[in-house]
Design a protein around this ligand. Structure first.
Ligand code: SAM
Length: 204
């Protein structure tokens, strides 16, 4: 599997495009996108608990854009410290905040300001003082080494042009014996060079 994009792909432009798409998902989730969004999608297709989603602000769940359900592999334990890489508008991070309770801690990391604003507003609204949202990226997590019990991420690592630094960062922040619960897009076969150079396919 290719772990990095073609060397001559303009990575700065790719990151700009990705942030601009997700800024639009934050501002107007009902807009025209080629991926699913929202609470009904999460409950009907990904097995999220509808009642748990209903406890979160609609502004947050409407901008949910994950590709799977990282909690299928188990819910974070009470008191655990969790990082959500690419926390978007905060759906997964705030669900995690509910599971870990006030003795735990959740750190959402996202590069898109509009998503961070939505996630922080939602944390305030639900009174999740133990959830915080930091600006940053999967390739350089703004998180101390060896402090995390569980890393979750949902539909984000496919957006990283180079995957190796992402997994190096996950290993760095996890405590010994910590867990990674990851949902993402996988390819059954190697993509053609032409597809790997197509920015529109990267940003989806
Ligand atoms: C598919 S959504 C994530 C869904 C999110 N878990 C939720 O609960 O809605 C993708 C998010 O990843 C963020 N993102 C894009 N590139 C990233 C990167 N290199 N590192 C971390 N986050 C990134 C985007 O800004 C966007 O908010």
């Amino acid at each position: 599997m290719a772990l990095s994009c073609p060397v001559d792909l303009d990575v700065a432009k790719l990151r700009e495009e990705i942030e601009s798409i997700y800024a639009r998902v934050a501002a107007d989730p009902s807009g025209d996108f080629h991926f699913h969004r929202g609470a009904d999608y999460a409950a009907n297709l990904l097995g999220y608990d509808r009642a748990e989603l209903a406890k979160l602000p609609t502004e947050t769940t409407s901008s949910f854009a994950g590709v799977g359900n990282p909690f299928v592999a188990g819910k974070p334990a009470t008191g655990a410290t969790v990082v959500d890489i690419g926390s978007g508008a905060g759906t997964d991070a705030l669900l995690a905040a509910g599971y870990v309770g006030s003795t735990g801690r959740v750190i959402g990391v996202d590069p898109t300001d509009a998503m961070l604003e939505k996630a922080r507003a939602a944390a305030d609204q639900v009174g999740a003082k133990h959830a915080e949202f930091r600006k940053g990226s999967a390739e350089a997590l703004p998180v101390d080494s060896g402090t995390i019990d569980l890393v979750i991420s949902n539909g984000v690592i496919n957006l990283a042009p180079d995957k190796l630094p992402v997994f190096a960062e996950i290993l760095r922040v996890l405590k010994p014996g910590g867990r990674l619960q990851l949902t993402d897009i996988i390819m059954a076969s190697e993509l053609s060079e032409k597809s790997r150079r197509d920015i529109d396919l990267w940003t989806g």
